[in-house]
Write a protein that binds this ligand. Structure first.
Ligand SMILES: NC(=O)c1ccc[n+]([C@@H]2O[C@H](COP(=O)([O-])OP(=O)(O)OC[C@H]3O[C@@H](n4cnc5c(N)ncnc54)[C@H](O)[C@@H]3O)[C@@H](O)[C@H]2O)c1
Length: 414
């Protein structure tokens, strides 16, 4: 069994640049993984990744294997199936890290599992509950780890809340509000090509983070979803549900309002606005949780403004998700729950790889599933049911969609 797995990242876009590749470089720096390859549809994003100033500053001398080779192929020539050839070459026990648009996750995950590779995927795992179950069963049969990178689960404040809630310190969740609003300039990015009304919406795209977090904290399951969506045009003329208001009813009758949008001002002092509020019921008084997740008490007024969209003179950066800091060595190291989440998932793969027998590998996978700290298909399948219900509701003018659990969980309009 290999000691240090190779990682093949499929998808070289925004999330690969801001979180995945630098996290993998750090894990390579500290000896957790070996080779890193990145596959994209064409060479253009790969060139951007290779030339990223922030990554080069943090990781001088680091590189990835590029598929297609952006130094040789025309940057806009598409290679939609090249990732399969790259997976063919991977050593057993290696990892396919899926960072593709949502609707492409399912096929790529099946291709990877079919070649006996572990899978780590950005959220959402897939768009349909049945696909999630299929992936869970296939991976378990082969003793392969599948993890979903819900990085908010590695935010210490979510872990603190989970411990308090499960110790009974808050009482029972009754009513809550969650917000995640991404910046306006996202409309100019590749989102406009895929996050369109046929494929997705802001509730599906980012609403899932806090729905997952409320389950993560409380253990409750969502049973009814209604989502009202407002359609706006992207700069390329395509249409997306860019403002959504969702209502999630939980299996104890609690209600969470979830507001999402691609509408945080570019000139505002931060990357987005986000947070969670939960009112809980105790015996004689109320329990209460309030997380202001976009703002962590730092205020900067800078003399120079960065060159990236959303960079501002005055800003309020969050040190919690992903930042580069000095560590006393060459370059910089990433810190924050975005890095920790990937590190923990990689550690799971190494734990599974350390066992050469199928039963032993399955035992580790079940242990991770049951611990519930990292998202796996077995412990977070409700997210796919929420996605299905949310899509059903938003495309039916916000009518409620009901999730039924049991042997064959399903979703239907109320
Ligand atoms: N907070 C989070 O957890 C978070 C944040 C952002 C994105 N995401 C998820 O990450 C995924 C990607 O998002 P993004 O913002 O990076 O998107 P993006 O549009 O910036 O990048 C998508 C990438 O996929 C590549 N691609 C498309 N088809 C391909 C193919 N056939 N073969 C190889 N590569 C192909 C494109 O070249 C591009 O590099 C989505 O599922 C999104 O929901 C999660």
């Amino acid at each position: 069994m290999i000691n240090k797995p190779q990682v093949i990242v499929i998808g070289g876009g925004m999330i690969t640049e801001v979180q995945i590749l630098p996290s993998l470089y750090q894990l390579k720096r500290i000896g957790v993984i070996s080779d890193i390859s990145v596959c994209a549809l064409n060479g253009e994003p790969l060139k951007r990744l290779a030339e990223s100033e922030s990554i080069k500053t943090a990781f001088p001398g680091f590189s990835f294997r590029s598929f297609p080779d952006f130094t040789r192929e025309p940057l806009d020539k598409p290679f939609p199936d090249l990732y399969k050839e790259v997976l063919d070459q991977a050593d057993p026990g290696s990892i396919a890290f899926i960072a593709l648009p949502d609707q492409l996750h399912y096929n790529a995950i099946k291709e990877a599992l079919g070649r006996n590779l572990h899978v780590i995927t950005v959220k959402p795992l897939v768009l349909k509950y049945k696909e999630a179950r299929e992936i869970e069963e296939l991976a378990f049969k082969k003793g392969l780890f599948t993890g979903i990178e819900y990085h908010k689960r590695s935010d210490d404040r979510a872990l603190m809340a989970r411990r308090h809630y499960r110790s009974g310190d808050f009482g029972e969740f009754m009513l809550g509000q969650a917000t995640m609003v991404e910046p306006w300039y996202y409309r100019n990015s590749n989102f406009q090509n895929w996050c369109t009304k046929e494929n997705s919406d802001m509730f599906s795209y980012v609403g899932c983070h806090y729905i997952d977090q409320v389950h993560f904290i409380t253990g409750l399951l969502p049973v009814e979803i209604s989502v009202y969506g407002i359609i706006n045009k992207y700069p390329n003329g395509k249409e997306g549900y860019l403002y959504t208001d969702g209502r999630v009813i939980w299996n104890n009758g609690a209600c969470l309002n979830v507001q999402n949008a691609m509408g945080y001002p570019d000139i505002a002092p931060g990357g987005n606005t986000q947070g969670l509020q939960m009112l809980c019921r105790g015996e004689k008084d109320a329990g209460y949780l309030f997380h202001q997740d976009q703002y962590r008490g730092i205020k900067y007024s800078l003399l120079k403004k960065g060159t990236q969209p959303g960079d501002t003179y005055y800003n309020e950066p969050s040190p919690d998700y992903f930042k580069y800091v000095e560590y006393g060595g060459d370059g910089l190291e990433p810190v924050g729950y975005g890095y920790r989440s990937i590190q923990k998932l990689l550690n799971c793969v190494n734990e599974v790889n350390a066992r050469s027998d199928l039963d032993g590998r399955r035992e580790i996978i079940q242990k991770i599933d049951q611990a519930g700290i990292l998202a796996t298909p077995a412990n977070s399948y409700y997210n796919e049911l929420v996605m299905e219900a949310g899509r059903l509701s938003i495309t039916n003018s916000g009518k409620p969609a009901v999730i039924t659990y049991g042997k064959e969980p399903s979703v239907k309009l109320k």
